[in-house]
Structures are given as C-alpha cells and as structure tokens.
Design a binder for this molecule. Structure first.
Ligand code: FE2
Length: 388
C-alpha cells in the first residue's frame, strides 16, 4: 500500500544505557539486580594498566558480587580468546559478564556470552541472526569513544585460521545495560583518541548513507557527525577536558545507535578485511579508506552526502555536486592530518600483492550489503590500490 520510502518498515533496537560522569560506579548495583552471583570480567592489558578494571572490581566487591577476570583480549579479538574466556566462565561457575574496555573486550565478551549459553563454537554464529539464545546478563563499560559495542547488535571476531574478521549481527548480543562514563576515556593516549574518534565518524557517515537507514538512525548519525567535527581535535589536545570527552562519548553513542540499526558499508567491509588478514588497527584503516569510499559512492546518493557536508560544517549552498564532494574529501584529509593519522595503507605495512585477497574478503563481508553503491571486485581492488 504505502510506497513512500520513509515509511518502509524499520526496527530500532537499543539496550538500557546510563550515560554520564561516574556511570561505571553502578556496575555492582546492576550486577546484583541481574541476579549475578559471580561475574566474568572481560578486559584487556591496556585497560588494566590504566586502572579501570580494578576500579570496577571494587564496585563489584562492594555490592557483594564475586568475580573472575579474563584480561588477555587483544585488539581484533580472536576466536581462540573467545574460547578461552568461555572456558574460564564455565570453570569459575559464572552467571553474568561485565566487559570493561574498548570494542575488543566488549566484542569478545559478547562472543563468550553466546558460546556459554548456546554451547556452540563461536564460528557457528557468523552472519545475521544466527544466535539462538541471548548472552547471560551482560554489562558493558566502554573505555573508548569508538566502537559503541556497548549499545550495538554487532560483534566482530577474527578467525586467525582463515585470516578473516567476521561479523555476528543479532539482537541476542545487545548488552543488558551500557554504563557509559566519559571519565574512563580521559586515560586514552592521543593516538587512540584520534583512531577511535575517526571510527565514530565512519559509523555515522556509513549509517547515514546505508540502504537500511531510517529517520531515527539519521537523527543520531547527523548529530554524531557534528559532534566529532567540533570536538575530536580539541579532545586530542585537551585530554582531561571532561566536556570534550563527554561530547565525544555522546558522539560515539549516537553513531552506535545509528549504525547498530542501519548497519554500515564498504569502509567497514574493507577495514575488516585488513584487520583479519594483517591485524591492522581498525580506526586507522577506516580513517584512511573513508575519503576514497565516499568518492566511489557519491554519485549514487549526492543529496545524502550534501546533508553530511552540512553536518560537517561545510558550506554547500550554490555549489555543484562535484564541488561538494571535493570539499568533503579535503575536509577529511585535513582532519586526518591534524589528528596525526597516516594517510596511506602502505604506511600500515599493506603490500600490493595482498590486494586481490583483501578485495575478495571485503566482498564477502556482511557490511557490504548496505553500501549505497554495489561494487564489483575490481572497484574494491582499485580503492585499496589508491589508498596504498
Ligand atoms: Fe567501526
């Protein structure tokens, strides 16, 4: 009946979240309310040494909740780490999970959760809606303003054997609560602030031009773009400024709500291929690829990119589409440079001879389906080539 695209059926999933200074201090109370006897705390060595893991353990102890700690998660979390964590979860008799960290510990925690409840290997959940039973109660405390895994229905896990980063997309891995506390991001070094911030910008831009976008996801995506453009560089220069950190955390949340429900696109498909094959850092890959992918997609949805340009603070009035595109691309180039992010994949150690394999992997990534322009294999190869 209804033919208007804006009224096409769309579903929006989001967890309960508490946003603001000291939200992390609620970890014990939430664990208790979820009926946790013993929680598995999933974290990584960087977060442990920044002090946030211990901080959360104190709140759990105060609430009378026992815990075991699994802290050997690496960046681009691996299937082996999920299996090891699930084993500890079983052995320690845990009945809930608390993730403290960036995207890697949170994605790993989601994996541990569904392996434990479904009693299946992590590889069984690859793809969209492949998870039968949801995770045990899962509390996420993000310590970066980047992945938004704390509010998303995504988990990205690396299968080292195949050299592939695969996506698990299911509402069964949406956390039960996200305790989003900008204080935890004040210990991020400048480089991490920059890379995770550019990941946020990619989430927002890809969600906004996604073929699965909706008016609700648009709202969050545009706000995220505005917030990153206004606050990322200042946050890098003033790491202890709570207002700036709060704005970036808000940007991360907005972008997360947008992409979790609208999905992503070619930048993420291509970055996942790089992460899987070469263990390359996610945010950096995204930042480098973004301008090239925009140039490729642009003609398909110029008006959408016009909206993005406006949210980026660029003047679009009276400008031809080609001019708007070139303004977006140069603004992103300037932002990368000012944020100290290298401009080429070559500088990350990517070699020309791996491009065909990377392109094949990107083509099979779940994120490619919602890209506004469907690429051929050669298109992806040529973008890798240009970004080299
Ligand atoms: Fe991302």
């Amino acid at each position: 009946m209804m033919e208007h695209e804006e009224f096409a059926l769309r579903k929006f999933v989001a967890p309960e979240f508490v946003f603001g200074i000291d939200a992390r201090k609620l970890a014990g109370r939430y664990a208790k309310n979820f009926g946790a006897r013993k929680v598995l705390v999933v974290t990584d060595p960087g977060v442990v040494s920044a002090g946030w893991t211990y901080d959360v353990l104190v709140f759990l102890r105060e609430a009378g909740v026992e815990y075991a700690v699994f802290s050997s998660v690496t960046s681009n979390p691996k299937t082996e780490e999920v299996r090891a964590g699930a084993e500890i979860y079983q052995r320690e008799g845990c009945n809930a999970i608390v993730a403290v960290g960036g995207g890697s510990p949170m994605d790993c925690a989601k994996g541990i959760g569904i392996v434990s409840t479904n009693n299946l290997d992590i590889l069984e959940f690859e793809g969209v809606d492949k998870v039968g039973l949801s995770t045990p109660p899962l509390i996420c405390i993000p310590t970066t303003a980047g992945s938004a895994a704390d509010v998303s229905q995504f988990a990205i896990i690396t299968d080292v054997r195949r050299g592939v980063k695969f996506a698990i997309i299911s509402k069964m891995i949406v956390p039960d609560v996200a305790l989003i506390d900008p204080v935890t991001t004040t210990t991020m070094p400048a480089e991490l602030t920059a890379c995770t911030g550019m990941d946020v910008l990619c989430h927002a831009i890809e969600a906004f031009v996604s073929t699965a976008h909706s008016s609700i996801t648009d709202l969050h995506a545009l706000q995220a773009i505005r917030l990153v453009m206004e606050n990322l560089l200042p946050a890098i220069h003033e790491p202890d400024n709570m207002v700036l950190r709060g704005m970036m955390m808000q940007a991360c949340l907005d972008a997360g709500l947008a992409f979790s429900n609208a999905s992503l696109g070619m930048v993420h498909a291509m970055a996942h291929a790089l992460g899987g094959l070469l263990d390359a850092p996610h945010g950096k890959c995204n930042a480098i690829l973004l301008p090239y992918v925009i140039a490729f997609n642009y003609e398909e949805v110029p008006c959408r990119y016009g909206e993005i340009a406006k949210a980026m603070g660029l003047e679009v009035k009276g400008k031809a589409p080609a001019e708007v595109l070139s303004d977006i691309v140069s603004a992103l180039g300037r932002l990368n440079e000012a944020a100290g992010i290298s401009v080429s994949l070559g500088s990350l150690g990517v070699r020309r001879d791996v491009i065909p394999e990377l392109a094949k992997k990107a083509m099979n990534d779940a994120c490619i389906y919602t890209n506004p322009r469907q690429p051929q294999l050669q298109d992806i190869e040529s973008i890798y080539e240009k970004a080299l």
